[in-house]
Design a protein around this ligand. Structure first.
Ligand code: ACO
Length: 374
């Protein structure tokens, strides 16, 4: 007997199939709210622009973990355990920083007692550890010795200090802190969903964050602010902007830093970061050109796609802020992952507080039941 005689399998689900789970609610959350139509983002109800203006990353992380707004909440970076340092030193110098960060979190998890359910203290400990680990790898690969945390510095200036060996000026620290705040949380994106799925099996917080880093590493999620920088360099000068943008769109290329799956309005994170980038003391020399290219791109995209609002997304000005504070482009994705630790771990806490194993259905499309060939 072969598949010609097989019976078709019965339908396996009562629900309609939505590729990519688009539009399917898969969790309840009181953390981040993304209103794509209006271009609004809130964390526990507070507007992202207000949090950037009045908060710090540790205060925002604490808000996500506990629900309490404590603007003076202090969180320094934490030391890297010897086992993690050994693991980081054993990596090839050419390893991707995202791979190094994932390895560091995995090794850190093996050095900790991480009982289930996860606790705010676990979330705090991992969020404080990861910047030190990334900074350590960034130095080791350049043949430099890692730097111990300075407990007097808050998390973001502490990260910059451990990266460069110099305490950053207030403006630089503030700019990167703003980037960390806007990157902290964004609803049920792919990496956050991954973290919740892993947590739902009652696995531990470090395992869930390792999985989240793996999900964020993919270019469809981690985004590519470094490609924005390349794009601006390719444009070269304001006089070339109009022609360059039109040619690129005619060739069917995607303009980096524009368009979003959820936002149909200007991404509020891009608006907040544009303000920060413009007020930076050490802004990249291409920022003015980027502003000109943005104007042109918005106009050309509106002409080309009148049916779909394609606006500036967070990556556009993230590139300016990250480069302005002196980070090398290959550190951009892992720095985004550091910022998202607050959101990932807050979702892990939320999932463990009201857990149900996440186990969706698949629609079976293979052959019906049949005999093995003789
Ligand atoms: N430049 C030019 N055209 C675009 C762009 C863009 N940036 N974005 C979408 N379009 C066009 C598409 O070509 C498509 O046109 P078509 O119907 O003629 O084929 C139409 O707009 C609809 O595009 P979709 O692919 O349906 O848009 P989707 O919502 O799936 O994609 C995405 C969102 C991936 C962000 C897309 O806009 C894109 O590739 N942008 C550029 C890369 C980028 O900036 N990524 C960072 C995103 S933010 C983040 O990840 C944190």
């Amino acid at each position: 007997m072969n598949d010609r005689t097989a019976t078709a399998p019965a339908a396996t689900t009562a629900y309609p199939y939505s590729p990519g789970l688009e539009g399917v609610p898969a969790a309840e959350t009181a953390l981040g709210y993304v209103d794509g139509a209006a271009g609004r983002l809130t964390y526990r109800g507070y507007r992202i622009g207000d949090l950037v203006e009045h908060g710090t990353y540790p205060a925002v992380a604490n808000l996500l973990w506990t629900g309490d707004w404590m603007p003076s909440h202090h969180l320094p970076t934490a030391p890297v355990p010897p086992a993690v340092m050994t693991a980081l030193r054993s990596l090839p110098r050419a390893a991707k920083p995202m791979d190094a960060l994932r390895t560091a979190v995995s090794t850190w998890g093996a050095t900790q007692v991480l009982d289930w359910p996860a606790t705010p203290d676990q979330a705090r400990a991992l969020t404080a550890f990861s910047p030190s680990a990334l900074a350590a790898f960034a130095r080791i690969r350049r043949g430099l010795e890692p730097i111990e945390p300075d407990p007097d510095l808050d998390l973001v200036p502490g990260f910059l200090y451990q990266l460069t060996g110099e305490r950053p000026d207030a403006g630089t620290a503030r700019a990167l802190d703003a980037y960390f705040i806007v990157g902290a949380e964004h609803g049920l994106n792919a990496s956050t969903f991954t973290a919740r799925v892993i947590t739902s099996t009652r696995s531990d917080l470090a395992s869930a964050v390792c999985g989240a880093i793996g999900a964020m590493k993919g270019p469809l999620h981690g985004g590519a602010p470094s490609e924005v920088v390349e794009q601006i360099h390719k444009v070269g000068s304001p006089e070339r902007a109009e022609q360059w943008v039109r040619d690129a769109v005619e060739r069917g290329e995607r303009l980096m830093g524009f368009g979003h799956r959820v936002y149909r309005a200007y991404d509020p994170r891009a608006a907040a970061l544009r303000k920060v980038a413009e007020s930076m003391e050490h802004k990249p020399d291409w920022l003015e050109l980027a502003i000109k290219v943005e104007d042109v791109a918005l106009r050309v995209l509106a002409e080309k796609h009148p049916e779909r609002a394609l606006k500036t997304n967070v990556e556009y000005y993230a590139a300016a802020v990250l480069q302005g504070v002196g980070l090398s482009p290959d550190l951009f994705p892992a720095t985004f992952a550091l910022a998202r630790h607050a959101g990932w771990t807050a979702h892990i806490l939320e999932q463990s507080a009201d857990n149900r194993l996440i186990r969706p259905d698949a629609i079976y499309t293979g052959p019906g039941e049949r005999d093995l060939p003789a």
